[in-house]
Write a protein that binds this ligand. Sequence first.
Ligand code: F6R
Length: 616
Amino acid sequence: MCGIVGYIGHREAYPIVIKGLHRLEYRGYDSAGIALFDGKELNLCKTKGKVADLETKFNGTTSTAGNVGIGHTRWATHGVPNDVNSHPHYSNSGNLVIIHNGIIENYSSLKKELKKRGYSFESDTDTEVLVNLIEDVMINEDVMLGKAVQIALNQTIGAYAITVFDKRKPNELVVARLGSPLAIGIGENEFFIASDASPFIEFTNNAIYLEDGEMAVVRLGKEIKVRKIHDDSFVDPYVQQLQMNLEQIEKGGYEHFMLKEIYEQPNAITDTYRGRMLVDEGIIRMAGVDDNIERIANAKRIIIVACGTSWHAGLVAEYIFEDLARIPVEVEYASEFRYRNPVIYENDVVIAISQSGETADTMAAIKLAKEKGAFVFGVCNVVGSSISRESHAGAYTHAGPEIGVASTKAFTTQITVLTLMALKLAKHRGTISDSGFRYHLQQLEAIPTKISKVLETTNEHIKEIAFKYKEAPNCLYLGRGYNFPVALEGALKLKEISYIHAEGYPAAEMKHGPIALIDEQMPVVVIATKVGHYDKVVSNIQEIKSRKGKIIAVVTEGDEAVKELADFVIEVPDTIESLTPLLTTIPMQLLSYHIAVMLEKNVDQPRNLAKSVTVE
Ligand code: F6R
């Protein structure tokens, strides 16, 4: 979590850094700060609050001059969000200044040592400890900044992406990463540092993504030298050509990124299957699967590891893989898996799902699976992300940048990739007929058009439903089979952006407890599509109705039976059961979105959350 930005070159640094922080605000937004070097002085301004608050604070109080700058937008780990704990942090001499994304786990013992040596600390952060440790190394070992950073980092335990500046060496920035992402944009005698490429995309398409355990001295007029932190060996940096464009990371006329991303889903899903699914030929091409087909198709078991919304996509995939490819699947919270001493066999295939590709728990789960000899397949959205690099093979979702903290298009494109994978394996294993395979492809091809229809025909109606239930303190979401994970996802969306308590349940589990909650105040969102245990779900709806619960039902177009029972129905087009989540999810997203807007919540940056969870 936290976003870092740096600039060194011939332009004014402030506008680049401040704009970059706005773009990275999805990573954390409880405080922000910038340090600028104007050739003589380091000027620093920081504040609790958002990047916009930082801009206001700069006005008139702090000079924005200088061609070197580093900035930070924070998601607090050590120390409450306040002005003092905000980054950047100075060293005691005032010569060094640092920004840091991550956690130094042994900061407390390091701090004790530094205090004994006379250092004092203003903040409660681990980062201030790190910058003083670097300073201490510089003084005691009489080394330059790059070497001091390396020695200091070798004394730390934890995770970091850092940028350090020494005002006595104004033509260089020192950067390092372990566990948190860091990209270096390379321009014409200018360099950009950032947690992802969005802050510098309008300036350059060339970037180096540091790998875990690497650092670099970024010096004007020199080539970038990358080395390993632990043994000082040089690494050949790979300069990547970025594919992102500016339009993709701006709101394009929508009020919020979340709404834009909801509406992008038809195109995003088309992008996910484009070039992979050849409907007329009856072929699915996925290089990551094709190259490892025997390994994956002969897996005794597939273990899916993920967190949050990606975990919900994993649950949908469990149904698809077992149903179509007949391979047993277990779906695990990455955070539990990594600490459980799980049984992992060499012939297991682990699928790691992650939009950001940076989630610390998922990354740790992958490392554990690799240690035990399992084959790891990554399903990520962010190209070049840590999880995609750490996996043996993988498939990108190609959803484009997802900026809204609440995941939307990432979820549906993850399901799309996993459906393609399951179909491909099913064909290889002979668990699906040729005609069944082709039929699935045709149905999947039709999904984007059907989503467009859902967006067109239901949005206004969902606004009315949102208005009616926006004050509800609780909400229940029910679904069965493929739509049970959609119920979980619907509840998560409502919780995280509107702060209304919501629970998702398999509809049949209601009678084992949650039914006690139902009274005339309780809205219950039920997914009751024609395919997938329809009659059973209708019985569950009857049970809710007889306890006076308010029913919002997502049904297949033309359904009459549920209309009789429900307070509101939202219709989605018909499709095959395995693809219903791609349609039924859309009303869930819209409902939570409109409720959050009506409650005047910060839709794109809900409280306490961050887009990329790079801490445990
Ligand atoms: C919810 C949401 C989170 C993420 C979770 C995993 O809307 O976005 O629950 O799904 O933090 O993130 P990734 O997919 O980046 O690993």
